[in-house]
Each structure stands twice: as C-alpha cells, then as structure tokens.
Design a protein around this ligand. Structure first.
Ligand code: CP
Length: 306
C-alpha cells in the first residue's frame, strides 16, 4: 500500500503518469464518473481548509465514491485527547483512503505508520503540502507545456509557507529550473531547504527582497500569503503582512506570458485588480486541484479505467 506524505514519495515517472491521468480526466471527466463507486474517502482536518478539503471531497464524489470526515479538531475526539494513531486505526475500519491535515509536522507520517488504508498528507504544519504541489505542477505544465526550462519566482512567506517547500522539492527534479526567492529577510526560506535541497543539488537560485526588480525575468510568479497562524508574535505578523502587494502596475513589468499562481487563500498580497489579467492563473489552479486529486485517489486505490 502506498501513502502520499511528501512530493518525493512519487518518482518523476510516477508523477508524470499521475499528471497524464489528470490530463485525461480534464479531457473527459464523465469517463471516470463511476470508477470509485462504493469507495469511501475520509477527510481528517485538524486545521481549517476550504480548497484542500472540499476539492478532495469533490474529487471523490466526481469518481462516484462517497466521503465522510471532520473539519476541525474541536469537532472530533481529538478534543477529548485521542491520539492520531488511535484515530487512524478507527478510520481504517470506516474508509478506503484518507486525507489528513494537521498542525503538527509529521502527524500524517505517524498516521501512515498505523494505518491500513492509504494516507494522504493534506498539509502538516509549516512542513509539506504535497497535493498542493501536484496541483501546482499540473497547472504549470498545462500553462507552459513543460516543467523544465523555467525561472520561477517564489514570493512572500518562504519560511512558513509549506506549499513553497513542497514545490521546490519537486521542481528541482526537472532540467534547467531556476528559482528567484523573494522575501523579507525575516521570512527567508529555511536553511534546510537552502542547504539540503538547493545547494546540495546545485540548483541555481537568488534571494532578493524587491519584487519589482526581478519581475521581468520570471516565467512563473508564485505568490504566497504571510502565514498568520504560524507567527508567535502578532506585531511581527502585522509588520510583515503587507510587505508584498502585487498590483496591475507591477504586472506591467512582467513578460506577456508570465503566469501568476497562488495556492490561496489570498489576503492582501494580490490586489483584486490583477484577477482580470489573463496571466492571473490562481482560480484555474484551484480547478486543477480537483482533477489532480481525482488522479491521486485513483492511483492510490489502484483503480484503472481503459
Ligand atoms: N491551498 C490550500 O491549502 O487552501 P486551503 O487552506 O483552503 O485548503
């Protein structure tokens, strides 16, 4: 049995197969509408979510399966002190596959070690968010035609933004990918990503503070929200939260085919006036999230459609 805890749980070949399956689903969703009849997905969300939980649920419903679960720790027996290990052993009796979001880094890995069903990490603390990465990769590949030969700007909270960490891990496996890491010094990428991932693999990157200076070089601009919930100090969050605001004026500096992605939710970091720019791809990205999660559920449940 396979779990998805980190983007690296999938080899490049497995990832290509999964993205190709997602493309086939996009082209003909009806063909897949009964392939998970009788299967159940449990969504175990100990932290808030709109897109990840609901897109997982939409994905399973689109495949003909059903869903059960909880949307907060408070509404589950975690509030009475039940451990993740005990919870997953019970959920294994009720569902065929589960997606778990948890504030503690590594919690989905603990669950996987006790689970008899596939466990998908739907975000663990500031660590990883592999299904957002699958969404991002499908979006980039659909917009640009490939995942290599790109200069990717990652902007905002690179310290706590788990989507950025997972995306870097995945993209370094493709040819000629360069990163421009755009953040205030307080929210720079963690040392373990810089040293163990970027430096260790000889990946070309620069770290800068000014977004405007680098806009003309980028093929993709991946904006992120400042992660309020991970700050220990409210005044520090308030000082950082509007550090970057992408607006129509800044978009004029970008290439005509530079796409803007954002995992969402957005707070202030992209002005709503940018939404009408054809290069704003973040709502299309959210739609791709459903298709790629359909492909992931099918892959982990070993469901095939000829
Ligand atoms: N992108 C993302 O993880 O959104 P949610 O927090 O709404 O699930």
């Amino acid at each position: 049995m396979k779990h998805l805890l980190s983007p690296l749980d999938l080899s490049v070949e497995e990832l290509d197969d999964l993205l190709n399956l997602a493309d086939r689903i996009v082209a003909d969703p009806k063909k897949y509408s009964h392939c998970c009849d009788g299967k159940k997905l449990a969504t175990l969300f100990y932290e808030p979510s709109t897109r990840t939980r609901l897109s997982f649920e939409a994905a399973m419903l689109n495949l003909g399966g059903s869903v059960l679960g909880f949307a907060s720790a408070d509404s589950s027996s975690a509030s009475k002190g039940e451990s993740v290990s005990d919870t997953i052993r019970v959920i294994s009796c009720y569902a065929d596959i589960c997606a778990m979001r948890h504030p503690k880094e590594g919690a989905p890995m603990v669950a996987a070690s006790k689970s008899s069903i596939p466990v998908i990490n739907a975000g663990d603390g500031g660590h990883q968010h592999p299904t957002q990465t699958l969404t991002d990769l499908l979006t980039i590949r659909s917009l640009r035609g490939e995942l290599g030969n790109l200069t990717i700007g990652l902007c905002g909270d690179l310290k706590f933004g788990r989507t950025v960490h997972s995306l870097i891990h995945s993209l370094i496996r493709y040819e000629n990918v360069k990163f421009v890491l755009i953040s205030p010094k307080e929210l720079r990428i963690p040392d373990y990503i810089r040293e163990d991932v970027l430096d260790a693999n000889n990946i070309e990157y620069v770290e800068v503070e000014q977004l405007e200076d680098v806009m003309p070089k980028l093929d993709i601009l991946y904006m992120t929200r400042v992660q309020k919930e991970r700050f220990f100090n409210e005044s520090e969050y308030l000082r950082m939260k509007n550090f970057y605001v992408l607006n129509a004026q800044k978009m004029q500096l970008a290439k005509p085919d530079m796409y803007v992605l954002h995992p969402l939710p957005r707070v202030n970091e992209i002005s709503v006036e940018v939404d009408d720019d054809p290069r704003a791809a973040y709502f299309r990205q959210a739609q791709y999230g459903v298709y790629v999660r359909m492909a992931l559920i099918m892959t982990l449940l070993e469901v095939e459609v000829n």
